[in-house]
Write a protein that binds this ligand. Structure first.
Ligand code: S3P
Length: 174
């Protein structure tokens, strides 16, 4: 692993399991888990959808700031929201400190996983396939590694991520 790339970064569409997999990874490794959406909510004292109601740009600005902040850490597991890697600046920052794992999910499976509780302002089951298709090239471009998640538990996905991450770590030892 290149020096400075000690973080495990989880990216992917809504419903790809970033938070669940991040929690598993944190338990498995003892590394702290930083979920940028949760940190934004904590700091703002509002839920993501409430911030979105003031305009998406309001949320994206907070997301950029939070990503900049978490990327100063090393030895952490980071999960970013489904739109974060659409912005090249965020990708650059995330890559400086870590390996980006793109947790791939099909639209069909995402629809099953995302609760219809209005907490994800950009998730419309009727348009999920279209939005995923539009975003996929950016997810793939940003990724160092692609990990499939359909039909797999968060623990199974976490173990695959961890296996890859450990191999990179060992490979970089001199
Ligand atoms: C978003 C995904 C959400 C959250 C916000 C915007 C997106 O995070 O950041 O609602 O643009 O895909 P999750 O991917 O964790 O649901």
């Amino acid at each position: 692993m290149q020096r400075g790339k000690e973080n495990i970064v989880l990216s992917g569409f809504m419903g790809s399991g970033k938070t669940s997999v991040g929690n598993e990874l944190s338990h498995l490794t003892g590394m702290p888990f930083l979920d940028t959406d949760a940190l934004i909510e904590e700091e703002a004292g509002e839920r993501v959808h409430q911030i979105f109601s003031k305009g998406e740009e309001e949320f994206r600005a907070l997301e950029r700031e939070k990503i900049e902040e978490v990327c100063r850490e090393r030895g952490v597991v980071v999960a970013v929201g489904g739109g974060a890697v659409l912005e090249p600046l965020n990708v650059r920052r995330l890559k400086e400190g870590g390996i980006i794992y793109y947790l791939e999910v099909s639209a069909e499976e995402a629809i099953k996983r995302v609760p219809a509780d209005g907490t994800r302002p950009l998730f419309d089951p009727a348009k999920a396939e279209e939005l995923l298709k539009e975003r996929k090239p950016a997810y793939a471009r940003a990724a160092d590694v692609i990990v499939k998640t359909d039909g797999r538990t968060p623990l199974e996905v976490a173990l695959e991520v961890l296996g890859d991450w450990k191999r990179r770590k060992e490979g970089s030892r001199v």
